[in-house]
Design a protein around this ligand. Structure first.
Ligand SMILES: *Cc1c(COP(=O)(O)O)cnc(C)c1O
Length: 384
């Protein structure tokens, strides 16, 4: 960690775990083969990819053949939505996509693109003031022509965890494929595609101390899906392109670590996060938690503040050495309130004051104490 600087933006990305880097390293150098090659080098690389596939499958309680390696979480979401939507339309003419107003852009922009350019119909489920989906609403809105349901597992902006297993059960009963964007969730919650009745699940390595540019998509056996990218026959024809062997190895190792004892780690984060939330809400007048108070990611705190400009706040905090986010990964210069916050019923002006603080392996209680001090100063200064 840089001297006097504190990273509190682990939902945006995490540093690479040194154990993960160590596992990746040989595949940049000695074991550089192409897994599609027939010879020794090819076999060596193929073995590494297949071992990684077994490890990822085991972490998710899936079969190795149900794992597709991709270039990132966004790509996994694209393959899930575009792949299933197109397969369903071709197979049985279904064109209704049921999703939520609190998805990451990787899902929402993909769904809207399918609507705009390919004639699919996108329906957004209602969410409550915490950004949570009611499974009964899913049951009510599934139609005969519903091609896919997609609901975010744990929200990147507001931390809220959805009742995925219940939603999955409903989709299963109705025979509709169910996708969940678990890119944030996989970093902190035990994943299990059988328990959760999920047909497709997206993950991205850089959210759990793996490399950027590596993702995976779980696709339950028998789920209708067509390739989005064509070319070679890699990944059972679902993701053409030479395997990024070191990154695939890194993703598997990072996921193994993240999924080894998530409950224990959650406990550790939760006490610091709760202290952070409590002190902010009591010390800073006009502050409000966004997202669910309990059903939220253990490392995630998010707020809005009366009479505060969020971008200015981020810059002031950065000057004081604290790296946070407004919630979405938008850079400054786009004064658009977050669609997620608007969907919770937060007024646009207030939504522009959003702050997301996400803790990680290097965060200590002392950092939290200093952070709240700094935050309180920045907000008083702005309001003066
Ligand atoms: C980060 C994130 C993504 C995108 O993943 P990338 O690997 O960065 O493409 C998608 N969904 C959620 C919920 C995320 O937090």
């Amino acid at each position: 960690m840089s001297q006097g600087r504190y990273y509190l933006d682990y939902a945006a990305t995490t540093p690479l775990d040194s154990k993960v880097l160590e596992k990746m390293f040989p595949f940049f150098t000695d074991q550089f083969g192409n897994p599609s090659s027939v010879h020794f080098w090819g076999q060596q690389a193929e073995n590494a990819v297949e071992l990684a596939r077994e490890e990822v499958a085991s972490c998710l309680n899936a079969e190795p053949a149900e794992i597709v390696f991709t270039g990132c979480g966004t790509e996994s979401d694209n393959l899930a939505l575009r792949g299933v939507a197109r397969a369903q339309r071709n197979l049985n003419g279904k064109t209704h996509l049921l999703t939520t107003p609190v998805e990451h852009h990787a899902v929402s922009h993909t769904a809207f693109d399918l609507a705009e350019r390919e004639g699919f119909e996108v329906e957004l489920l209602p969410v409550d003031s915490f950004g949570m989906v009611d499974p009964d609403e899913v049951a009510r809105r599934i139609r005969k022509d519903t091609a896919l349901v997609s609901v975010i597992y744990a929200n990147n902006e507001i931390g809220t965890i959805n009742p995925i297993a219940e939603i999955g059960r409903i989709c299963q009963e109705k025979g509709v494929p169910f996708h969940t964007d678990a890119v944030q969730a996989a970093a902190h919650l035990k994943m299990d595609v059988q328990r959760d009745n999920v047909d497709l699940l997206s993950i991205g390595a850089h959210k759990f101390y793996g490399p950027k540019g590596a993702g995976a998509l779980y696709i339950r056996k028998g789920t209708p899906v067509v390739a989005v990218q064509t070319g070679g026959k890699q990944e059972n024809y679902l993701r053409a392109g030479t395997h990024n062997v070191p990154y695939i190895v890194g993703l598997a190792e990072a996921l193994k670590i993240a999924q080894s004892n998530p409950e224990e780690r959650a406990h550790h984060y939760q006490s610091m996060r709760d202290a952070l939330i409590d002190t902010v809400l009591t010390r800073i007048p006009g502050s409000q938690l966004t997202g669910h108070p309990v059903m939220r990611l253990p490392n995630h705190a998010s707020f809005v503040f009366d009479r505060v400009d969020g971008n200015t706040l981020l810059m002031m905090l950065d000057v004081k050495g604290f790296a946070c986010s407004s919630g979405s990964a938008c850079k400054t210069g786009s004064p658009q309130p977050s669609e997620v916050l608007l969907a919770l019923g937060i007024p646009p002006q207030l939504a522009l004051s959003s702050l997301r603080v996400t803790l990680g392996r290097d965060t200590t209680p002392e950092v939290i104490t200093r952070f709240v001090e700094a935050l309180s100063d920045c907000i008083s200064q702005q309001r003066r």
